[in-house]
Ligand binder design. Structure first.
Ligand code: UD1
Ligand code: CA
Length: 463
């Protein structure tokens, strides 16, 4: 197998975005532009990925966090001054010790390039022993992009940038997508020869193509029919369009896999898996890191983030589920808030206006109305009455509440943690539980009810 390295150009500030954030760190489908491109390089089984970054590149280290995922961390190459794409590549070469093999060059602002197209590009490159092979596409309005100039035989002549193009060249509609496979030795021997004698006074990577042709070397192209692959992001408007396009495609893909989507405001991030038989009502947002298993139903107004919803569960309208695990055939919502580390075992129910945080709700247990359950372990078959609160925080530390199997909790109860209630115990409504309760007990902390007959009438008489 021929050695493949990848260079991703991502050092541009992206001033047209009008934000402080570097352009390639803006998100499409819940993932930064540069992550999309890095994962593309991984799909290509690139041996090493080099990311060209500007001087101030601390923010990249948060995106590619070595402590979380060793595999997705590219090698950073700093391009201190942005003197053009050719100069960016020149900087990368200084970091590459390899002298033979292929070099794939991608742009960090193009999240829609497909691995399928790149694989074709590499295959054509290798078959023809080319110096360069580049990806092109045809579009109606190519304004701003590099045009592919061909001779009458259809052979590539050069790539010309919008700003340097003649009127006739501007009329061409085949464009340079900006994905290239180079013969590494060719680039190493020729990168120093490109000049910045153009309107932008930049070093263009595309000049390597003219150089190769002048030397009589083989230069090949592959033209993709999917014009969206070339979609690059330079402005907020294009970022918004890219998100629209991304989510549209996610919905299409889901539906082909047997997911029923009711309405169009359904946003499914990159890296989310949704099994067949799932039904989702619009509007809904399913964010990165979530897995929705077979036959789950998700009603409107729900957000699910980094969570697992297991088979047959029902998520009723307007629920917010974050870093949680909803077990098989559970029911949550409407208006339910599952915060990080909420774990619902099979057939559990968490109903309206209930919040659960860092707690386990056991098999078939119910927290149906207006409750706060935090730092608790609730066994199976437990009934938690309306308005139950675990008082888990004393202003300094968090404490645990444990309700063993088959505990019955009456309404309007507080558990002042740390506290444990034994198996099968009953907690009377309105109780403030401050001490452990043994199994099968009744615990009640209400004051006795007092009734004064005719009190109202007597008061009136006395006035
Ligand atoms: C480039 C191509 C153009 C192509 C278009 C497709 C050149 C000269 N032109 O133009 O033919 O049609 O992409 O979108 O290459 N970058 C650096 N360092 C620099 C300059 C740029 O890392 O000094 C990075 C940017 O962050 C960006 C990528 O390279 O991710 C492309 O640069 P950009 O300025 O957007 O090039 P285009 O003008 O779009
Ligand atoms: Ca661009």
């Amino acid at each position: 197998m021929i050695h493949l390295s990848t260079v991703i150009m991502a050092a541009g500030q992206g001033t047209r975005m009008k934000t402080k954030k570097l352009k390639v760190l803006h998100s499409v489908g819940g993932q930064t532009l540069v992550e999309h491109v890095v994962s593309l390089a991984q799909k290509m089984k690139s041996h090493q990925t080099y990311l060209i970054v500007p001087k101030n590149h601390e923010a990249f280290k948060v995106v590619f966090d070595q402590t979380k995922n060793k595999n997705n961390v590219p090698k950073y190459v700093v391009q201190s001054e942005q003197k053009g794409t050719g100069h960016a590549l020149q900087c990368a070469l200084k970091a590459i010790s390899q002298t033979q093999g292929n070099l794939l060059v991608l742009s960090g602002d193009q999240p829609f390039v497909s691995a399928a197209s790149l694989k074709k590009l590499v295959a054509i490159h290798q078959k023809n022993k080319a110096a360069v092979t580049l990806l092109t596409t045809c579009m109606e309005d190519p304004f701003g992009l590099g045009r592919i100039v061909r001779d009458q035989q259809g052979e590539l002549v050069r790539i010309v940038e919008e700003k340097d193009a003649t009127k006739d060249e501007k009329a061409l509609n085949e464009i340079n997508v900006a994905c290239y496979v180079f013969d590494l030795a060719f680039v190493q021997n020729n990168i120093g020869k490109i000049k910045n004698t153009n309107k932008q006074k930049e070093y263009y990577i595309t000049d390597l193509i003219t150089l190769a042709l002048h030397k009589g070397l083989v230069v090949k192209t592959y033209t993709t029919q999917d014009v969206y692959e070339s979609f690059g992001i330079n402005s907020q408007e294009q970022l918004s369009m890219a998100n629209d396009l991304f989510y549209f495609r996610q919905r299409q893909e889901c539906m082909t896999k047997g997911v029923a989507l009711i309405g169009s405001e359904i946003f499914i991030d990159a890296g989310v898996s949704i099994a067949r038989g799932v039904r989702i009502e619009s509007p809904c947002y399913i964010k990165s890191g979530s897995r929705i298993e077979e036959d789950v139903s998700i009603e409107m107004g729900t957000t699910i983030k980094s969570s697992v919803i297991r088979h047959g569960a029902i998520v009723k309208a307007h629920s917010y589920i974050d870093h949680s695990d909803v077990g098989p055939e559970c029911q949550v919502g409407p208006f339910c808030h599952l915060r990080p580390q909420a774990k619902l075992l099979a057939k559990a129910k968490v109903g309206n206006f209930s919040e659960v945080k860092k707690s386990t709700i056991g098999f078939g247990s119910k927290v149906n109305h207006l409750s706060y359950i935090g730092d608790a372990h609730i066994g199976s078959g437990v009934n938690v009455g309306a308005g139950t609160i675990t008082c888990n925080y004393d202003g300094f530390n968090k404490f645990k509440t444990i309700l063993e199997d088959h505990v019955f909790v009456g309404s309007d109860t507080q558990f002042v943690a740390p506290v444990r209630v034994g198996k099968g115990a009953v907690v009377g409504a309105g109780t403030t539980v401050t001490k452990n309760v043994s199994k099968n007990s009744l615990v009640i902390s209400r004051c006795y009810q007092k009734e004064i007959k005719n009190w109202v009438k007597n008061r009136q008489k006395n006035k």
